[in-house]
Unconditional design. Sequence first.
Lengths: 783, 162, 286
Amino acid sequence: MTAGFGRMLRKEDQRFVRGMGTYVDDVYLPGMLYGAVLRSPHPHARIASIDTVAAEAHPKVRAVITGETLAGRDLAWMPTLAGDRQAVLATDKVRFQGQEVAFVVAEDHYAARDALELIDVEYEPLPAVADARRALDADAPVVRDDLDLTGNHIFDWESGDAERTDQVFRDAEVTVSQDMLYPRVHPAPLETCGIVADFNKVSGKLTVWATTQAPHAHRTLYSLVVGLPEHKIRVISPDIGGGFGNKVPIYPGYLCAIVGSMITGRPVKWVEDRSENLMSTSFARDFHMRGEMAASRDGKIRAVRVTVLADHGAFNGAAQPTKYPAGFFGVFTGSYDLEAAHCQVTGVYTNKAPGGVAYSCSFRITEAVYLVERMVDMLAFELDLDPAELRMRNLLRPEQFPYTCQTGWTYDSGDYPRTLRLAMDMAGYEDLRKEQAAERARGHLVGIGVSFFTEAVGAGPRKHMDILGIGMADGVELRVHPTGTAVLSISVQTQGQGHETTFAQIVAEELGLSPDDVEVVHGDTDQTPFGLGTYGSRSTPVSGAATAIVARKVRERARIVAAAMLEVDPEDLEWGDGRWSVKGDPDSGRTIAEIAWAAHSNLELPDGIEGQLDATCVYNPPNLTYPFGAYICVVDVDPGTGKVDVRRFIAVDDCGVRINPMIVEGQVHGGLADGIGMALMESIVFDADGNCLGGSFMDYLLPTSLECPSWELGATVTPSPHHPIGAKGVGESATVGSPPAVVNAVIDALRPYGVRHADMPLTPAQVWRAIQGRPFRTDLAIS
Amino acid sequence: MTMRVAVTVNGTEYARDVEPRLLLIHFIRDELGLTGSHWGCDTSNCGSCVVWLDATPVKACTVLAAMADGRIVRTVEDLEQDGCLDPVQQGFIECHGLQCGFCTPAMMMTARWLLDRNPDPAEAEIREVLSGQVCRCTGYENIVRSVRWAAEHAADHRGEST
Amino acid sequence: MQVPSHVEYERATSVEHALALLGRPDHRVLAGGHSLIPMMKLRLAQPGVLVDINGLAELSYIKLDGAELRIGALARHADLLDSAVAGQHFPIFHDAERVVADPIVRLWGTIGGSLCQADPSEDLSAVFAAVRATAVIRGQDGDREVPVREFHLGPYETVIGPGELLAEIRVPVQPGTGSAYEKVARRVGDWSVAAAGAVLRLEKHKIKLAGIGLTAVAAEHFVAAEAEDYLRGKPATEQNFEQAAKIAAEHCHPVPDQRGPEDYKRHLVAELTTRALRRAAERATP
């Protein structure tokens, strides 16, 4: 029986159910002012002039900041996480609709909003490039003339062996190919992004409460960008109302609020509207892909080849490790044993908001898994094989692990066929296929979609993975107080994942304490060690590992102290049941609490051990971890209207050892809902002129309780061999694995009409059009 | 220009001078400091602002404080009574009905209203009543279970708060 | 969150008081506010003075009065959804209200407010057109009646003038009537991609009178008049329903947008009209 792991109710719930969470908009400081951002209505335009006189004259306005103001502080531009630069406030041109142009600071939020209308900007509109597929045309408008570019090309990146892959395709018996779009979508956490910036002129200290998934990284960046010494900056991430990658970047509004506080000498709060969130903060995906799969006629998948056009918007703000301009898209090889694979990704600028890596994508793995799982279904269609059967024939076998795929990723562990079989059994797969056949005979459309995914999370080994040069290793500190309760300070940042509970459970598991006796401190850079934060499902793989290790360090120190207490050699002690005991004498056992008191006492300690049971650790992961899963989605489609009803969703996840199954299941539930959203209704669309049509929740539709079925979850456990507690992380798995399951199900339902593919979102209109044989492009406005 | 608005919130009457355009959610949060109710959109879609106005759930971002003048408002802060959590609150804890907690106060206020009218709602009815409120974290399953827990444990009266 | 620009506020203490206030320039009715306040937050509407009529309980009722169902303009969507008498005579009301907005919004939005907002995608406009309702408009000089089929002048424009208030909607009740509403939306709570409401009065399986209302496809006055004319006197058969639906689809003007392209919307009109007629016929013959 383990002390720590297992189903445990969450400690943090006590404040949330009382409405006593502290989100950024709940922070009120004496004298606080409010900021508002003026944004460009044009997707692409020169700024001829900005007249702020009337706004400055508004009785409640205390400051108006423009690009010119910032340029005077060398702050009109800021570096992005991808090594590009982004305008904080536009100076020469605006490059996407919604781009920040000016910032007003006023006594209250309503007055700030009013004052925006008093700023007069003269624009000279320019033609915009909104269609990524035209961005590299010779006559395409150039977005980044500020970098002296003459075109919109950002980067080319490839992975795998092109020659060998081409060879396999040349001799393969069967090849299938398909263009497919992973549309531009948005994480849309329920709490929008915001900040309260408080610069104290006297002490020179900047304190910031902000919606950030990576408070230390933000602190370092603020230091570099604003020019304040880093030890004078404190970033506090209070409670965060959902992140999903949206709260990783630094946004112009944050810097404007900081400057506003410096100028006025008062705290400045800026919290964005929902339209600002959807139109200007980090979008996700927007990958135009051409997938190809080569196979033998008897259903052996041999190779995958992909070319991708990646729409990065007006600034390259994609947040991924430096050496991976296309993130971890390289795992498009999927869960199968391939002879060859190759991908080529081209990134382009367009007149749209920056971003790309967000919405639980695991650094582009959502795109990779969608590509390969759709291709597998297309192959199944071509070969007239059952899609689950085709997968079962091709899944990696347990004896093949650790498995290095054709693009160089070493998957750590897995028993894939077992997981797929469990999902099929839970679904009653064979019966579903029988039902489908019977329903088809009656003209009813039932679809069954399968998706098997392998994820790569827990970035990452610092030799290979850094963000803007900062290695992705994370630190922890554990202190056990004299009276035997503990404080764990971590560098990662929960936005709902339950760290205050799960990390306490890890310490409890290692030290035999109650999780209630372990306080988890996070989110305040003054109180926690450095780390790169929470995204890419990295908290458990990285900080979870660090926590286990630091707890083991404490346990080892405790061994030495216990030995001193018991006047034996440390080698004579064994750990069990939350105690260090003399081997063979359980009654001699000492708990960590007892040892902690002793460690602080006047007990004579051996050389090399200073008092107290404290330890620190910086964990540099040796590899990523590879959670995986098998999902099955069942849909009913009304052919007369195109409406899709998700009847069932079966999800079997393997994320290694589960610290708290209740929390793991919650993470999966949330990600599955994302899949329904993206597959059926979510997209940010632009018209030909670059106007953004997805700027509110009336247009950017999120799934509700009525679109989501009652999720059916299963689990297999294949521990990660290199992780101290065998855990792999799970935060993004369901968001990765579910969209292809839903899309595969809908396309499967439409099989009687010969439909091979239609792009997400599969709205009723798109489904009906697919039935007619005329699905449409979903990234451009319907006309 | 301002007007005097007097609203009884969680049993206490508050009178404030406010601009007529002030939205009820801002009155509750910024004027009264009751930050348990949240806001998350511009177009009355997300539902994270639900409170009770005259015992009826309302999206507080879509009514003016002036409309609440002389009326009664109830917010999440009123669910706990005499140190005891409402069964709805306890249900959300027991069934992991929340993750980031942002939509939670609104979900609980609507759940409390539903259970007051129908103490034994089926899952379908729970999903229907909550369909105007978005959650990005939970996928709704555990929210539904939390409300069912509250329905089944109403007789326990109230959970102990810790 | 986006917030309204400056506005003044008055609370009406009686219908007469409301009418007097509404006679002044730039004064606008504030009922449930769930159409108006969102528009004010986006600053698409910037009225000078809001006249809050929520306290006028005398305008909130749903009752059968002889051969008429009378609905007070201040009745909430939830009231109509919950009204047994309304649902008994006109299941179309329940079909429609079930898919208007969301459960919380339905507690506050009013029937009158929705009709007066005159959004081309408003479900109730098509529904009241289908049932051939009459709008009772109250002014300081008394009431005037306008058929709902003449109530809307265009998008966001009605016949209500300054100093007037929509007070009531009256729906004629006749035996042998069945009704239904069929709507497709991209997601629950979204505006219709297209929707069709059908009302059939049958006598011995022949159609005495048909009412067909269409939502979100720019049908004139929300009505499929040609389709209604086709059905009059004809047997209530599947074949006739499909033909009428085809005619309805030909005589509307759907505009392509993110809800769908034109061909799909037109198809939906035909599909949903057929389904609504079919169900209306079933309900007309218990």
